[in-house]
Ligand binder design. Structure first.
Ligand code: F6R
Length: 251
């Protein structure tokens, strides 16, 4: 794992956006794996600014999103399709017919998941997958479990994830309880992985994920096995990781 230390959220966002923009410049028709949540907002806003300045061109890029709530239509302002349109797609020159988010309105969950996996395969796989990190170690919506799920699947969200996401909804009762998410295998097959984290509330889980045992109880810990992972995180998020690492090295 390559670690890039950032000062704060803005610095993390700039550094992460630089890595994504390098990918787009080096391979204009690349496949980007994208994430939602609060962490990537600053990254996306840098990409939008650089596109507006003429430094970036998304016209040949395809994108695949990690996940979508089951049962939310694309025009619901809490759906991940809506999030991506508002926070990135509508503000750059990406061809939206080549942006793929799992179809939350597909009632047949097997079909929704198969369709998403087929799209990833037909695109030839993901060149760069951007990930955020859940407080319980989830990546996408791969929650702590007894085994690592493989392809795209339907998940029951854990109480901790429902509570964390309730800040975006009028009340906790409105948070969907299920989601379609890319599986661990689909994520691990990405050629490069960029994981971003900011803030003290992520400190404990970063240490666990990157220094603890590889276990489906901490889904992000599998990233220790990926050959090309970059973690961009700020000082607050790295505090426990750096402390534990120096203790391990001293022993
Ligand atoms: C979002 C996703 C989630 C988030 C994670 C962190 O598409 O897949 O795994 O990345 O919940 O969320 P934030 O960034 O809001 O802390």
């Amino acid at each position: 794992m390559q670690l890039i230390q950032a000062k704060d959220y803005d610095d993390m966002s700039r550094k992460a956006a630089n890595i994504i923009s390098a990918q787009v410049i080096m391979k204009p028709n690349c496949v980007l794996g994208l994430a939602t949540g609060s962490t990537p907002l600053g990254t996306y806003s840098n990409l939008i600014n650089w596109y507006k300045k003429g430094d970036l061109d998304f016209s040949q890029v395809s994108s695949v999103n990690l996940d979508e709530y089951r049962g939310l239509p694309a025009d619901n302002d809490q759906s991940y399709r809506y999030f991506m349109k508002t926070n990135l797609f509508d503000q750059v020159n990406i061809d939206q017919s080549r942006t793929y988010v799992p179809n939350g309105m597909e009632p047949d969950s097997d079909k929704a998941c198969r369709d998403h996996d087929n799209i990833i395969n037909e695109l030839g796989g993901i060149d760069l997958q951007l990930l955020g990190l859940g407080l319980n170690g989830h990546i996408g919506f791969n929650e702590p479990a007894d085994e690592f799920p493989k392809g795209t699947h339907c998940v029951d969200l854990t109480q901790s994830t429902i509570e964390a996401n309730s800040r975006f909804f009028a009340s906790i009762d409105e948070v969907p309880t299920q989601a379609y998410t890319m599986g661990i295998q689909s994520i691990m097959l990405a050629k490069k992985i960029l994981i971003i984290a900011s803030g003290a509330n992520k400190a404990e889980i970063i240490a666990k994920a990157f220094l603890g045992p590889v276990t489906p109880e901490v889904p992000a810990s599998i990233l220790q096995m990926h050959p090309d992972v970059t973690l961009v995180a700020d000082e607050a998020a790295l505090s426990a990781y750096l402390k534990q690492k120096s203790e391990m090295e001293a022993n």
